[in-house]
Design a protein around this ligand. Structure first.
Ligand SMILES: [Zn+2]
Length: 85
């Protein structure tokens, strides 16, 4: 909230404990690593997709990606319907 100025604005960018897929175990953040490079090439086959263009470290479980590929990325979390209150 200090960074975004208000709880409302912060919620557009950062999921709360109630909405974060990290809390439910459906998301993972990776440091700069070969693992991140590997996931960007092979993650879809395991249902793991980058969700936001501006967060190359954040992957989420998208089991439909195994058959259909990853969905189009959101530019950033403000486009994600899950962060729109
Ligand atoms: Zn994340």
């Amino acid at each position: 909230m200090a960074e975004y100025g208000s709880e409302e604005e912060a919620a557009r960018w950062v999921a709360t404990a109630a909405t974060s897929p990290h809390v439910s175990g459906d998301a993972v953040d990776l440091g700069r690593s070969q693992a991140r490079a590997w996931l960007s090439r092979h993650g879809a086959g395991f249902g793991l997709c980058q969700i936001y263009e501006n967060e190359p470290w954040h992957y989420e479980l998208r089991s439909e990606a195994i058959d259909h590929g990853c969905p189009r990325m959101y530019a950033d979390p403000t486009e994600d319907p899950r962060t729109q209150q």
